[in-house]
Design a protein. Structure first.
Length: 87
């Protein structure tokens, strides 16, 4: 099955939140070839924004946003143009 991943799911793969186990399982299934995850080209911007909000709110430590974003970039999927993914 094909899925378009968004920041709310991506964040759950590297921060312990409700349903993190489901998000991790989805990504693991993608690596195993069970599912195809399509990452829109806006995903890095959305992830950076969420991390900034979490850091400013004190939900993650100061400086962790940069570290987590770097980890995201290393592990991120090939980005796809957003407009064709909308339907």
């Amino acid at each position: 099955m094909r899925y378009v991943i968004d920041a709310s799911v991506q964040i759950k793969t590297f921060l312990a939140e409700a349903d993190s186990s489901k998000a991790i399982e989805l990504c693991d299934d993608c690596r195993a070839g069970i599912h195809e995850l399509l990452a829109p080209d806006l995903l890095p911007i959305e992830v950076a924004n969420v991390l900034m909000i979490l850091e400013r709110a004190g939900k993650i430590r100061s400086g962790d946003a940069n570290l987590l974003f770097s980890q995201f970039l290393v592990n991120s999927s090939l980005l796809h143009s957003s407009i064709p993914l909308l339907p």
